[in-house]
Design a protein around this ligand. Structure first.
Ligand SMILES: NC(=O)C1=CN([C@@H]2O[C@H](COP(=O)(O)OP(=O)(O)OC[C@H]3O[C@@H](n4cnc5c(N)ncnc54)[C@H](OP(=O)(O)O)[C@@H]3O)[C@@H](O)[C@H]2O)C=CC1
Ligand SMILES: O=C(O)[C@@H]1CCC=N1
Length: 261
């Protein structure tokens, strides 16, 4: 069985570990006792010793925060990277940086999202297709092989996207409460509506603007709401939201690259 170590089994690392543990031999690392215990309780081997984990495995997934990457590296003997496949899910950290630091390893950069927790992640991977790497990420959802140039944008839209959508759902719920709807009913109904809208957009492959126009009755309710969205700059705010997250991914990449020279 192919063995995989997951260095930094937090939110994303644990979601991956849970999904692959039946098909791969998995060992996960963390720093705190609480995290190590949490991982063990899921039936996954855990250790604080990153060198031990890397030494034991064919494939290594690095899922610490980018800011913790440098410290992580100091804990692993450099010769242990030789011959390993190493997949980083860290935001921003470039393949060039990885291959410079992990000498002798074949490096991949992947960007999943938190939907991995329910097997619905949308992961982009670079640089070139590898069957085993693909199998790992197919176990948490859909996989797209893309050029690395797209990964910072992917991070902003698909990686951070669930947080942005959650904010929008919450805003809808507050609107519902403002109109007198009970909060719990509102959340259930809004999530159904979001799911249905996504199905419609996917099934009919319609442009979102076409769907919008189908809903918008002349002198009806929707146009009044759309007028507010327009005057409040909602679309522009969302474009800027994504662009700002993208810029941060680019900056993280530069910061990490210069901090590990
Ligand atoms: N959260 C998300 O939605 C997404 C995150 N990512 C990327 O995934 C990475 C992890 O994010 P996330 O899971 O949210 O973060 P978490 O903080 O949940 O997880 C990070 C984990 O790393 C562990 N850790 C830190 N330093 C070390 C070390 N030296 N040795 C071993 N373990 C260590 C921490 O251990 P302890 O718990 O003991 O402190 C923690 O469990 C980031 O680089 C992020 O950019 C990518 C896509 C989506
Ligand atoms: O916020 C972050 O930096 C990470 C990357 C994508 C989602 N969370």
């Amino acid at each position: 069985m192919v063995s995989i170590s997951i260095l930094g089994a937090g939110k994303i690392g644990t979601a991956i570990a849970k999904s692959i543990k039946d098909n791969f031999e998995v060992i996960a690392t963390a720093r705190s006792e609480a995290s190590l215990k949490r991982i063990q309780e899921l039936g996954i081997a855990s250790t604080r010793d990153n060198s031990y984990a890397v030494n034991k495995s064919d494939i290594v997934i690095i899922s610490v925060k980018p800011q913790h990457f440098r410290t992580l590296l100091t804990e692993i003997k450099p010769e242990l990277w030789i011959g390993k496949k190493v997949i980083s899910v860290m935001a921003g950290v470039k393949l060039l940086t990885l291959s410079r630091l992990l000498k002798g390893a074949t490096v991949f950069r992947a960007m999943p999202n938190i939907n991995a927790v329910v097997g619905k992640a949308t992961t982009a991977i670079s640089p070139q297709k590898d069957e085993t790497v693909e199998k790992i990420f197919l176990s948490i959802g859909n996989v797209y092989w893309v050029q690395e140039e797209l990964l910072d944008a992917w991070t902003a839209i698909i990686g951070s996207g669930p947080a942005f959508l959650a904010e929008i759902v919450d805003a809808f719920a507050l609107g519902a409460v403002a109109c007198g709807m009970p909060r719990e009913l509102a959340y259930d109904a809004i999530l159904d509506m979001v799911e249905g809208t996504v199905s419609l957009l996917k099934k009919c492959k319609t442009h979102p603007v076409f769907l919008r126009d189908q809903v918008t009755t002349p002198a009806g309710t929707t146009i009044r709401g759309l007028m507010v969205m327009e005057s409040e700059g909602v679309k522009s705010a969302i474009i800027k939201t994504v662009e700002s997250a993208y810029q941060r991914a680019v900056t993280i990449g530069k910061e990490i690259d210069s901090s590990v020279q």
